[in-house]
Design a protein around this ligand. Sequence first.
Ligand SMILES: [Fe+2]
Length: 334
Amino acid sequence: MSLYRLEALRSIRKILSLCELQPGDILAIYTDTGKSPALVEGFFGAALALELEPLMLTIPAPHRMLQEPSPPALLAMKGAKMVADLSSEQWLYTNGLNEILDSGGRVLQVLSTEHTLVKMTPTEALVQRAQRVAKMLTKAKEIRITSDNGTDVVANVEGRNGWGQDGIARVPGEWDSTPSSIFACAPIEGSVEGTLVVEPGDFVWTTPKEILVSEQMTIKLKKGRAAEIQGRADARMTGSWLASFGDPNSYVVAHTGFGGDPRASIDQAQEVESIEGCINFALGANIFRGLGGKNKAKSHLDIMLMKQSMFLDDECVVKDGKIVHPELAIGPIQ
Ligand SMILES: [Fe+2]
């Protein structure tokens, strides 16, 4: 085993410890042939070291996102204390995932590489900040996004749960993705209006190949949907990726919020949404319980905006890509 694998093992062990699992707890490891064997072995090894009972479930690599787990795999996952989701394609917005959570299970998704796992291992300080942001988002009635370059978007979020993702799943029914630090809220369906100006340096998470935006793109939002995507090549690629699903619900606004980890960087797709002060704006499926959204769709597209501002009921939380709200300041995170 390489020394780097041992570092990843240490991070995985810390993550499972922060999840407060107890000796004898069953950890189902749901994976497929497309996943890094080092990560899979790392979770199995860390589970053994913590005296958990690991249970491996391996399927052929899925060829599309949001694939429902098979009934026997679902049954096994529902019987575990926690699922380490080491699938190579995300299935967050599926009925199967909600069934596991509704039955009291926990799911910890791992989309990242070993490198990101070691670099951004969750910490208690980040867990606490995520909880504070979730409360602020839950309290908010309206979210506004603005930028010097013409973004002005308003969303009604009254009554919607704020979501604070911190890379740790501690309680029954909880889902999280590790490592990550992402805060979000699902707007009331039909409520989002305005213009979103995506700038060079922003990021559009199409799969399997993401777009690092190099020319301005303008998205017109009407009645909660992306009604028009204007621009040059990046806009055309984004539009054709969405159209490829053949699903009108792919254009519905799914969530917005911001990232909170100062260690995250743009060179790894799985880190971008966690960049501290980076605003997320997603289109497509959002039926995940933690968001409370109602849109079922065949796709989910995250757009990450690096230098924009966010207001919760006119109170500024992010200014030009920096978290500025005093309640969200944190000290050293290690
Ligand atoms: Fe998203």
